[in-house]
Design a protein around this ligand. Sequence first.
Ligand code: B16
Ligand code: MG
Length: 209
Amino acid sequence: MKAIIFDLDGVVVDTAKYHYLAWRKLAQELGFTFEKMHNERLKGVSRMRSLEIVLEVGGITGVSEEKKQELAERKNGYYLEMISGINQSEILPGITEFISRKKKAGYKIGLGSASKSGGMILEKLGLAGQFDVIVDGNLVERAKPDPQVFTKAAELLGVPCSQCIVIEDAAAGIDAAIAGGMKCIGVGARDILKKADIVVPDTEALLSI
Ligand code: B16
Ligand code: MG
């Protein structure tokens, strides 16, 4: 194996809580409560797909494409406001050490995030310099579970997909890694991430593999 490609949200930083709060605020404005138990479905999937899931949960149908764009942009505005002060204190436990160990061991390091704010968030966390390539939602047309975000990172790293390991917290991301012909490590609950080659309970546990 020659490269490690990191998902962002849920692996490098817990931005999922801000995505959740921003969707919850939008749902409230639309007249329903978006509960935490539905949040797992939003992990790793694109902004527009997330909106469709939120509307489905709220039982809202018949929304025009134009209105969907407006709602997705409104949610993104709330999200950007919420993450405006994000800094390195929010990097998930063990990640900084894990990246530096793997770099020393000779692995190339990439980012493969669905988020259009992925690159900007890495900058704010002070981690951008650690990554050899950064592929976020601005560089791909197709969202996870399509493998494009990971295959693009592999291509830019100059490493064959079969020699890449993806680290992911979302079922959609694990499916994307498998579709791209990569090995994958799941971070989180085994029942949700069962298709991964290895599952660790949290990011700190990455240091023991
Ligand atoms: P944005 P990841 C994903 O990040 C999030 O998990 C997902 O909840 C979000 O909808 C998606 O990014 C798009 O984010 O609205 O900021 O473009 O896990 O792929 O790093
Ligand atoms: Mg994720």
